[in-house]
Design a binder for this molecule. Structure first.
Ligand code: G1P
Length: 297
């Protein structure tokens, strides 16, 4: 049995340039799918998995993200006075316990590995820690991180979420070199970040990780990898070189790449259809627009 995972790191320092001009003034993590910011989906997933401490690695211009987690006392009082209890519940569900969130600043954009390394002092050196990339939104039941925590309780070591992608897309991902395929769980013999050619498989790393404490120590080397950045994938691959286990979990669920505009739109449709209060009207509209588009082709 490995130690319980109670802390998660959320690297949220990215500039979000793919979503300019919106990201000129709002952090991309505040962008909403229906009415919930991306960060709220990530936090909800972490909470469902039993995470109690949330470490945000932020940067300049992310003030709105920090404010988002403050309790909105005036707004709550206002909703209470006007008897809007449904909205009050929605708001209260976003409240975080005092002291549950820590912010640490990444002063320079030096890659995902560097962002995670910035949080190292907030994680005891004998504890595993989860990492969630808010761009990867995963609709799953149970939520992806919970599936991973349950699998990790059996396997120990380091675990990444993984899914098959078309071979030609592997160059956009960390890719697993598979030593042993056990079905839902695969054991890795290596990992390559954004392979330019000869990808070792088409199993891509998706933005959920449970890191053994030694991964943060591997990051101390601050070695540059793909794209001249300090890569988390490389620090995980070092685990294997040093004789420790790394697993991939083929999670059950649908992943949306909300770091891309097309993925963001797909997620918006999917989450819109999930909502009981919107589904019928939205579906009717989708049918209508699809037939109009077809007729125009
Ligand atoms: C990051 C990781 C990569 C992973 C991907 C998943 O890349 O470096 O290993 O496959 O997230 O979304 P990014 O998309 O930030 O370039």
């Amino acid at each position: 049995m490995s130690r319980k995972v109670t802390k998660a790191i959320f690297p949220v320092a990215g500039l979000g340039t793919r979503f300019l001009p919106a990201t000129k003034s709002i952090p991309k993590e505040i962008m909403t799918l229906v009415d919930r910011p991306l960060i709220q989906y990530a936090i909800d997933e972490a909470r469902a998995a039993g995470i109690e401490e949330f470490i945000f690695v932020t940067s300049r211009g992310k003030g709105a993200l920090e404010d988002y987690f403050d309790h909105a006392h005036e707004l709550e009082a206002n909703l209470k006075r006007s008897g809007k209890n449904d909205l009050l519940d929605v708001l209260r569900a976003t409240n975080m316990d005092s002291g549950a969130i820590a912010y640490v600043r990444q002063h320079k954009a030096m890659g995902l590995g560097h962002a995670v390394w910035c949080a190292r002092r907030l994680v005891p050196d004998n504890e595993p820690v989860a990492v969630i990339l808010t761009d990867d939104v995963i609709m799953g039941d149970p939520p992806c991180l919970q599936q991973m925590i349950e699998a990790h309780a059996e396997t120990g070591g380091t675990m990444v979420a993984t899914m098959e992608v078309p071979m030609e897309k592997t160059k956009s991902y960390g890719v697993l070199d598979v030593a042993e395929d056990m079905g839902a769980i695969v054991k890795a013999r290596g990992l390559v970040e954004k392979p330019k050619d000869n990808p070792p498989s088409n199993l891509a790393v998706i933005g959920r990780y449970i890191l053994a404490p030694t991964v943060l120590q591997n990051l101390n080397k601050l070695r540059e990898g793909a794209g001249g950045e300090i890569q988390l994938t490389d620090a995980i691959a070092d685990e294997i070189l040093e004789g420790r286990d790394v697993f991939g979990l083929r999670f059950r669920g649908q992943r949306y790449d909300c770091g891309s505009k097309a993925g963001f739109l797909q997620a918006t449709v999917a989450y819109g259809l999930e909502r009981g209060d919107l589904r019928d009207e939205f579906l009717e509209y989708l049918h209508e627009i699809v037939s109009l588009q077809r007729a125009a082709e």
